[in-house]
Design a protein. Structure first.
Length: 314
């Protein structure tokens, strides 16, 4: 089996998602009005142009050091793309491929059943048709009762409350009358009163004045201060970008404490190295023969203490 890269399935999923997004975008564009499609495409083109202009402006205002490190980062990224991707472990590849094959098989079976629905068994078809026919019959009966309600029975007419029927009919008639009046006012609205006509003319005149004021050119002072504000904002943005790109030089006190910290770190590392060397020297010394040192011997005794006495002559 040919080994697969580690990111093979990740790229495969990204490609599938991109294909779905592309199909959705194409469907949306096909249903989109011409005007919206035009301005959407124009907005995307303007965005690309703005980003290119911003990159060009940033490159012009960028310091030499920043340009150098930016170029190094771009080269590093390009080299990283050209490098071969690490292969997937064989065990992970085997079980992952098997699982995806099984899932794809089940998905294909479900899609096949969805596209070509299998025929039901005779018993299942019989009871399904019976249930559907019963539902359709009940729905038809309910609709017929709504359209042609049955006449009340003799007992119902006998026990029906005359007062309730009277007020129900009155309420229905009132609703129908109000609905007819509203519909008539919508179709033939009444002429406005003298005061209404007066204020309507005032509103129209005010709207025309506002529209004329909006279409008139702005005064010189407003144009001057607006342009000045835009220039000052552009200068502030450029200064902020330059300050962000220029490295900040630390103060003398900060440099002093940084040197003290580095010196302390070097001393600690030297002490650790000396301790390691001392431990290695101790390990290099010959081992002590504890068995020879602990072996006990009988002390030597002078001979005159152990010599037997001479016999005494009789």
């Amino acid at each position: 089996v040919e080994p697969l890269p580690v990111d093979y399935f990740t790229k495969l999923g990204d490609a599938q998602m991109a294909a779905k997004a592309k199909s959705s975008r194409e469907f949306a564009e096909s249903q989109m009005p011409i005007g919206i499609a035009y301005f959407t495409a124009k907005g995307e083109e303007d965005k690309i142009v703005r980003e290119a202009e911003l990159r060009e402006l940033s490159g012009q205002e960028m310091s030499v050091a920043t340009q150098h490190f930016t170029r190094l980062a771009a080269e590093k990224e390009a080299n990283a793309r050209e490098e071969e991707t690490e292969n997937m472990p064989a065990a992970i590849q085997h079980f992952t491929v098997a699982d995806r094959v099984e899932k794809e098989k089940k998905r294909a079976e479900i899609q096949e059943m969805h596209d070509n629905t299998p025929d039901m068994s005779p018993g299942q078809a019989y009871f399904t048709n019976q249930m559907r026919a019963e539902k359709e019959r009940k729905a038809a009966e309910i609709q017929a009762m709504k359209e042609n309600p049955p006449a009340p029975s003799v007992a119902g007419q006998h026990f029906e409350n005359p007062g309730q029927a009277y007020f129900t009919n009155q309420m229905r008639a009132e609703k129908e009358r109000k609905a007819a009046e509203i519909q008539a006012m919508k179709e033939n609205p009444p002429a406005p009163s003298v005061a209404g006509q007066h204020f309507e003319k005032l509103n129209e005149q005010r709207a025309r004045e506002i529209e004329e004021m909006m279409n008139e050119p702005a005064p010189m002072a407003i144009e001057y201060f607006t342009q000045k504000g835009i220039e000052e904002k552009s200068k502030r943005d450029l200064a902020l970008k330059a300050s962000n790109e220029t490295p900040v030089v630390a103060s003398l006190a900060t440099q002093h404490f940084d040197m003290m910290k580095e010196k302390k770190a070097r001393e600690i590392e030297e002490a650790r190295e000396q301790t390691r060397q001392n431990m290695q020297e101790k390990e290099a010394r010959p081992a002590v023969d504890w068995a020879a040192l602990t072996k006990q011997q009988a002390p030597t005794v002078p001979k005159y203490y152990t010599a037997s006495p001479a016999p005494i002559a009789a």
